[in-house]
Design a binder for this molecule. Structure first.
Ligand code: ATP
Length: 355
């Protein structure tokens, strides 16, 4: 692969007898924004720390731009890093914080001053050189940390949950800013997060991790629309599960809460009378019929949550409860708990998941 930039091969890390990264391999192209996504303890930070050089792999290798960096010291890797906590030098002003790496590298004062000013413009804080970290908000400090990381023009940017200490609104605006700056610079970036919405919104590709292994690697829409495993389907986005009973294998019919419907496919080993779980995203369900929906089911609205632009409904189909969102159409009366409702879906939109 010609443009392959970051390559991780069979990377493994054990702490004593505890193996927390289990032979992970992936390759990315120059300029990609990559997220390592997974629950706490799945090994994503350990992978990032091995790429940064803060942790030695037990086995495996890491290559950047064709150079094996597995055993280089952190400062030999030419990588920029931003951590969860702001980690600015509290006794240095913003200009000196951003210029720190440049000074160590021996950049002349004038050039350094110009680079710092450019960086401050880039992060939307022009003229902030003389401020001290304690005089700035968390979001501003994290932008300065980003500027400090990219000022030496690193080959790659590593971000370890850089938004998790910020409140929700700032988190969203700063992630958009980070993405815009990353695209502007074309810098290959690895971003660690446990927040699926963050990963979906910011990434070119996502590595979904679970217990030290990769569950799936793909673009956000691939991960969400075609989750490879049940873990991915439940960790990324919401999932409805409907318990059904196979009633006719040849005709692919199943019964849900006494209502018989035909499916697009049945599992290979399906047997008449056996139970199967159908899984689907909330948004493939529509209230009422729809021309291209081949399955209709009737149920009862068991819960209504008003969320502003959308209204989230829970609908009981016997013992199965599914959730779906409807747009808040302000011209019609909102749905009411306890009302009967017909919902429909296209059987091709049911997810087929590996265990
Ligand atoms: P989090 O989001 O909570 O940081 P993570 O997915 O980034 O989770 P890691 O920080 O990579 O997970 O940790 C993976 C596992 O390795 C955890 O069980 C953790 O306790 C363990 N671990 C990490 N660093 C060390 C260490 N230095 N010594 C021993 N165990 C460690």
């Amino acid at each position: 692969m010609a443009s392959e930039f970051l390559r991780v091969d069979n990377l493994t890390k054990s702490f004593g007898t505890n193996t927390v990264v289990k032979g992970v391999s992936f390759a990315f192209e120059k300029g990609e924004f990559i997220s390592l996504l997974g629950p706490s303890g799945c090994g994503k930070t350990t992978i990032l720390r091995m790429i940064a050089g803060f942790e030695n792999p037990t086995s495996g290798s890491i290559t950047v731009d064709g150079n094996d960096i597995t055993h280089l010291k952190p400062n030999q890797r030419q990588l920029g890093m931003v951590f969860q906590a702001y980690a600015l030098f509290p006794n240095l002003n913003v200009g000196d914080n951003i210029g720190f790496g440049l000074k160590i590298a021996g950049m002349p004062t004038e050039e350094r001053r110009a680079r710092v000013a450019d960086m401050l413009k880039l992060i939307g804080l022009p003229g902030f050189e003389k401020r001290y970290p304690y005089e700035m908000s968390g979001g501003q400090q994290q932008r300065v940390a980003l500027a400090r990381a990219i000022a030496p023009r690193p080959r790659m940017l590593l971000l370890d949950e850089p938004l998790s200490a910020l409140d929700a609104k700032i988190r969203v605006s700063l992630r958009e800013e980070i993405r815009a700056i990353q695209l502007d610079l074309g810098i290959t970036t690895v971003f660690v997060t446990h927040d699926q919405e963050e990963a979906l919104s910011i990434s070119d590709r996502i590595v979904v991790m679970n217990a030290g292994n990769i569950e799936q690697l793909g673009a956000p829409h691939e991960i969400y629309n075609k989750p490879a495993t049940r873990f991915v389907a439940t960790f990324v986005g919401q999932l409805n599960t409907i318990e059904a009973v196979v009633s006719d294998v040849a005709a692919k019919k199943v019964t849900i809460d006494g209502q018989t419907v035909s499916l697009h496919t049945l599992p290979d080993n399906a047997k008449a009378g056996a139970g199967i779980s159908l899984t689907l995203r909330p948004e493939v369900l529509t209230v009422g019929a729809r021309a291209d929906n081949d399955i209709s089911l009737t149920g009862t609205i068991s819960d209504v949550t008003f969320l502003g632009s959308v209204i989230r409904l829970r609908v009981a189909l016997g013992t199965n409860i599914v959730s779906l969102d409807t747009f808040n159409d302000q011209r019609t009366a909102p749905p009411v708990r306890g009302e009967p409702v017909t919902i429909s879906l296209a059987s091709k939109d049911l997810l087929v998941l590996a265990a």
